[in-house]
Unconditional design. Structure first.
Length: 188
């Protein structure tokens, strides 16, 4: 099996040792190196462990013939654009099960016309993880509220601040789910 472990690890800016320590249970840099180069067979268990350590899906570590990759041409920092020391690629994002999107049709706050905001639904017991993040909240009659989750009270009350200047805080009581914004896709 041909894997993209090395490409994904490098795109995350991690060393073999850092990935090895992030594995659960931890392993050695030598083991990760052997799995990357194919000198050791990669099992489904190893794929799952390494994917968790790299914070990607296991499918992102498998090279498929029809899967697109994006070559990195340069790195940009405060001093400008620079050539890479080693070639690198970026794996285009994949959609996880249950994700939803919000499309922006009028500029508001930090969002511009044409932006796509990818959101990951959260169950009520995970709402606290979205504090101070933008979320999509369902409302009755097929409506939604989008804004920054700024507070959470006992009894299921959520306090949101919609994007844009002069917006007033909104309170939603016991929504069945919320979806936290996890990725912004913007055409330039």
């Amino acid at each position: 099996m041909i894997t993209a472990i090395r490409d994904v690890r490098r795109s995350r800016g991690l060393t073999l040792d850092e990935v090895a320590r992030r594995c659960d249970p931890p392993t050695t840099a030598q083991t990760i190196g052997r799995l990357e180069t194919g000198t050791r067979t990669v099992s489904v268990g190893w794929l799952n462990r390494i994917a968790a350590a790299l914070d990607v899906d296991a499918a992102d570590l498998v090279t498929l013939p029809d899967r697109a990759v994006l070559p990195v041409a340069a790195q940009l920092d405060a001093t400008g654009a620079h050539a890479l020391r080693r070639s690198a690629t970026i794996m285009p994002p994949t959609v996880s099960e249950g994700q939803v999107a919000v499309t922006v049709t009028a500029s508001v706050g930090d969002y511009r016309v044409g932006d796509e905001i990818w959101c990951q639904p959260l169950a009520p017991d995970a709402y606290a993880t979205a504090l101070n993040r933008d979320v999509l909240v369902p409302r009755p009659a097929g409506r939604f509220l989008f804004g920054r989750l700024i507070g959470r009270e006992a009894g299921g009350k959520l306090h949101l601040l919609p994007p844009g200047p002069g917006s007033r805080q909104q309170v939603v009581t016991s929504p069945p789910w919320i979806a936290q914004a996890i990725r912004l896709v913007r055409a330039l």
